[in-house]
Design a protein around this ligand. Sequence first.
Ligand code: CP
Length: 292
Amino acid sequence: MRSLLSNRDITVDEIYEIFDLAAFYLKNGIKSDLAGKVIFSLFFESSTRTETSFSLAASKLGCLVEKVNVETVALKKGEHLVDFFASLNALLPNAFVVRHSQSGILHLLEKYTDCCIVNAGDGTNEHPTQGLIDAFTILLLKEKIEGLNVLVCGDIIRSRVAHSTIPILQRLGATVAISGPLSFMPLIQVEEVVYHSNFSAAAKSADVIIMLRTQTERTGQKVLAGTTAPFRLDENVLKDLGRDVLIMHPGPVHRNCEISNAVLEDSRNAILTQVRNSQFVRAAVLNFLIKS
Ligand code: CP
């Protein structure tokens, strides 16, 4: 059965198939297309949006959603993670939805399971459904992705959202640039991604601006990117932006750090639209994977 560990696991045609189904669910409501299927939900790192929207999507699809409380399981008695997953697999679920702090761990766990695994965020590696949600939201609000200039600003090097969202937008035809403090940038030059040291100048010509949260849980860092200029999206930057610019953020937001109160109030911000769309995209992903 197909898993979704990275957006590289799916073709452009399949991405549009998922978007078509997500758009159908958005318009008509999520149907009981997966009645009786069993989903195991395991979040080894905290989540609000991803866990809740997956759970809601799976419930509306008619699935039985079993939230495995990772705080109380036999891992605490010394069981190895692969044996833990093999035991859950023996209960014959149809899918696992997993978030874990270790980058790439799901590729190992996939070998111990027979059903599909959906990556709900693995360390700094990837968050493929967030990438799909971001692209779907842009497509809905801009009516295209091809040819758009997208600027992604913040903690690129540690952001699994950036690592999923940037490649999917490029594959769908957008031109993506990055900005942020140099210490938050990839160590090697990423193909076809231009770096802008002057965030406010680059923002002026962007069709879409995606701000990222500093991953403080991975660095213990007290200093947040964007607490002050030059990498903060605030009133000074906002006043020079185009009327149709789309302002996005995967959440959770560090309010008044990378993005200011005024921007969060601005009608061009689509942050809650991203959250709204998440249940429809995740329902479409579950349907696509379990039925394929
Ligand atoms: N965007 C995102 O993954 O948010 P959560 O950590 O709340 O799931």
